[in-house]
Design a protein around this ligand. Structure first.
Ligand code: ISL
Ligand code: CA
Length: 558
């Protein structure tokens, strides 16, 4: 009789690094914050932590747009923080899995930079490039009519090489070409073996059913008349070579490392489509996340994703029954989950958060429901304390940050259709990805213990002038008495460097003898920029070493 693999009876817990725990008070959760809470997770009974992407990234899609698979996004920490995290988990008998995002990279990844540099670049074929089509009037059109997940076409025109590239998600997330064997090898080496060699125990595999596309690139049937871009999941979900690719990944990487794998399997509603991925005999994946239950209440994956639809309990029960029973008599395995970083909070969707009593009782009932189902249980951070959606009266444009939410909202507004706008607002208030991405509520202190406020530093901090003789720059350091007892970095004091150009001329910091990096505690230079007076649209052209006329900045130091 074979031994039950550890991951069948384990409790997995997903950490979304940006909003879990911030230890240096820059407003971003960080890996030291996760390390500081490892004992909390251990006490909770967590066996395996799944850490959402913490890799180098321009953060257009909160880290699901990776520009370097082997580097850590500096706000989250360093490679040695991850090494420490691995050992912090292992010394407690816990495991750690990372998010593997290899359907696409960021457009800032060097692979894509090379690929787009010329049609003859050796990496051209690592992404999916296609020439334009032209309509009867000679207008340029994308190669197909496919709609992307984040609204708009799946194709973006590249002026430089005069071709379109494919992206199922944001324009900044070009799809890798899995048809190319060198590309697959680079994925296995750089994105997978690198981390497994460091001791990581496996991966949650993003968009695992989308690597094999229909490479004859047909148009999708028009199911949304009047819309330019049509839903086309059948062009890239569970495609012709998908099982070959996943078997290869398993054989070459997952199996030799004995790594656990849980694949994200959207747009795959039929049990007979799911079994080939998780059947033990197939040697592909250990488990998958199937989406029927978590997507209840939406109007389908594309145009309808944020149009809320009420559903009776019997519909929820039907999905649960189907997915609880389909494995019987097979050699596959199943996951149990009702939250993640892509969906509204379970208690606000399947329970009742309208009164304190209903909230507590329904959150506990949801927990009990999940804990009694067959399969490996996955919790999302905050689910253990019944975290709820954002308040319904929070304005969408100001408070919602997610690219998908904002694109859908923009699209609705551009339609000018008042009813569609209202329905989209209503839907976002229940279903938006933002609801699960707000800071973890640790305690009743200010900011719920997620981060500390700066007002204390500015209101009470000691004033230390810098460059007192300079007639252009007004510069000082604010220095406080340090963190409260018990903090991870208790020995470190908080400091802020305030740099203001009190003139109508550009001011080069070096010419004024100001070295931000050399100012006490400001080692990280512009990486730790807290505030600038620049408008958002000017941020990308901001120069680290030169202030524009009347520009000012605050740098934090740790
Ligand atoms: O949105 C969908 C349809 O309803 C899904 O199919 C979607 O493809 C799926 O949720 C993918 O999500 C993952 O990949 C995205 C990223 O934005 C999400 O956060 C991640 O979970 C792109 O990397
Ligand atoms: Ca931080």
């Amino acid at each position: 009789v074979g031994k039950t693999p550890w991951w069948k009876e384990a409790v997995f817990y997903q950490v979304y690094p940006a909003s879990f725990k911030d230890t240096n008070n820059d407003g971003w959760g960080d890996i030291p914050g996760l390390i500081a809470k490892i004992d909390y997770l251990h006490d909770l009974g967590v066996d395996c932590v799944w850490l959402s992407p913490m890799f180098e990234s321009p953060q257009k899609d909160m880290g699901y747009d990776i520009s370097d698979y082997q580097a850590v996004f500096s706000r989250y920490g360093t490679l040695s923080d991850v090494d420490y995290l691995i050992s912090a988990c292992h010394t407690r008998g816990m495991k750690l899995i990372l998010d593997l995002v290899v359907n696409h990279t960021s457009d800032q990844h060097p692979w894509f930079q090379e690929s787009r540099s010329s049609k003859t670049n050796p990496k051209r074929d690592w992404y999916m490039w296609k020439p334009a089509r032209y309509d009867a009037n000679g207008n340029r059109m994308p190669p197909t009519n496919w709609r992307s997940y984040f609204a708009g076409p799946t194709w973006t025109w590249d002026e430089h090489t005069q071709e379109y590239y494919l992206h199922l998600y944001d324009t900044s997330q070009p799809d890798l070409n899995w048809e190319n064997p060198e590309c697959r090898k680079a994925i296995y080496d750089e994105a997978m073996r690198f981390w497994l060699d460091r001791g990581v125990d496996g991966f949650r595999i993003d968009t695992v059913n989308k690597y094999s596309k229909r490479v004859d690139f047909p148009d999708a049937p028009v199911t949304m008349p009047g819309e330019t871009d049509q839903p086309a999941p059948e062009m890239w979900c569970n495609g012709p070579r998908i099982h070959e690719f996943i078997r290869e990944m398993n054989e070459q990487v997952l199996a030799p490392y004995n790594a656990v794998s849980v694949g994200e399997l959207s747009n795959t509603p039929l049990p007979e489509q799911v079994l080939p991925y998780v059947s033990a005999a197939a040697k592909e994946l250990d488990m998958v996340f199937e989406f029927s239950t978590i997507r209840l209440g939406t109007g389908g994956p594309f145009h309808g994703k944020y149009l809320y639809r009420e559903f009776p309990l019997s519909e929820l029960k039907q999905y649960v029954a189907t997915w609880q029973q389909w494995l019987e008599g097979t050699d596959g395995w199943h996951t149990v989950f009702c939250e993640n970083h892509d969906n509204g909070r379970a208690v606000s969707r399947f329970g009742d958060d309208s009164t304190a009593e209903a909230w507590e009782a329904s959150a506990k009932t949801i927990a009990l429901w999940q804990a009694t189902l067959t399969g490996t249980i996955f919790l999302y951070q905050g689910q253990e304390i019944g975290m709820v959606n954002m308040p319904k009266d929070w304005p969408i444009e100001a408070e919602y940050k997610d690219v998908e939410s904002l694109n859908f909202y923009k699209e609705a507004k551009a339609s000018g259709d008042v009813e569609r706008i209202r329905k989209t607002e209503e839907g976002l208030r229940i279903l938006a990805r933002d609801h699960s991405r707000i800071p973890m509520q640790w305690d009743a202190s200010p900011n719920s213990g997620f981060t500390k406020e700066y007002s204390g530093l500015f209101v009470h901090g000691a004033f230390r002038p810098v460059l007192q003789e300079d007639e252009t720059l007004f510069v000082y350091v604010k220095d406080d008495q340090g963190f409260e007892e018990g903090d991870v970095q208790a020995e470190k004091r908080r400091k802020a460097l305030v740099v203001m150009n009190f003139s109508g001329k550009p001011a080069n910091l070096q010419e004024h003898n100001l070295d931000v990096a050399a100012t006490p505690g400001c080692k990280h230079g512009e990486e730790r920029l807290l505030v600038t007076t620049l408008r958002k649209k000017d941020m990308s052209s901001m120069e680290a070493g030169t202030l524009r006329p009347w520009e000012s900045r605050v740098y934090l130091s740790f």
